[in-house]
Design a protein around this ligand. Sequence first.
Ligand code: T3D
Length: 295
Amino acid sequence: MNNAFNTIQATTEDGILTITLNRPESLNAYNEAMSVELAAALKAAERDDKIRCVVLTGAGRAFCSGQDLQEIRARYDGGGAGGSAESAERPSAGPRESGGGSLGGAGRDALDFGGHLRQKYNPIILKLRTLEKPVIAAVNGVAAGAGASFAFAADLRICAQSASFVLAFVHVGLVPDSAAALTLLQHVGYAKAAELCFLGEKLPAEEALRIGLVNRVVADAELPDAARGLALKLAALPTRAIGLTKRLLNRAWTANLEDQLEYEAFAQQTAGLTADHREGVLAFLEKRKARFLGR
Ligand code: T3D
């Protein structure tokens, strides 16, 4: 994996791609450059058969503080990285304020929040959810706003004891995005999802574990090793079967029983033709440990 990145680090070892969001001075706030680099790293993960598990984590004391609010402020001034290429290039229609910070200073086209989500967030969430390899969020500290959404979109969440989640959108007058409302509903149900989104209060890791939002909580110092141990375990399993299982889990939210059963038949047909399926059966019968190759 090419690690010529500025806002993330990407390292591959033992079949595990570890992506570290790396803007610790802003608690790894998500900006234009990070969106491009994260998309590139995930695309590479998708294409590289040697990568059999992805770990997403943060540098410093946070996981990710969500959208870079400095970048949003730049939009008020008619500049910034938001929105479609078209709207970003078009000059602001409204009068400008020197010094910025006021909504009134921006033309409406510069404030293309919907376009910004479609371009910079939605493809990342789709990739995390549809990548046919397991994705672990190793939540090392606070995960706020879309930073929390990224963690919720991962398949598994392992947290440091001091980590927390803050659905911070409400504090800046925005709605949960990057599928947070959907994933939260899936993980914890309506009542808790509504409470977390409406109030935007900090949810500590232990409480997140209690309500089923995260899979494991470990001592802060143990997080890197614990995440690596889990990733190694997953990377040694039949990757194609796990990828197909991910498809089944994703479809199950909207499928009816007949559709799900039919899709399972397709998925099982595909899995049944993999080398790893054969290896699993033979290893069982020969009373030895299976050696899965991800094929
Ligand atoms: O179109 C669109 O783009 C819409 C998309 C929206 C998606 C979203 O994610 S909206 C939500 C954006 N995120 C937030 O509102 C969270 C803002 N941050 C916080 O609420 C707090 O920082 C935390 C709860 C995450 C952590 O609090 P704390 O007390 O541990 O740290 P702090 O002192 O607030 O922050 C430390 C530094 O990081 C500080 O900078 P400084 O003063 O040391 O120079 C702070 O300004 C900076 N920082 C934290 N979050 C962000 C940030 N800078 C830019 N953007 C941030 N999101």
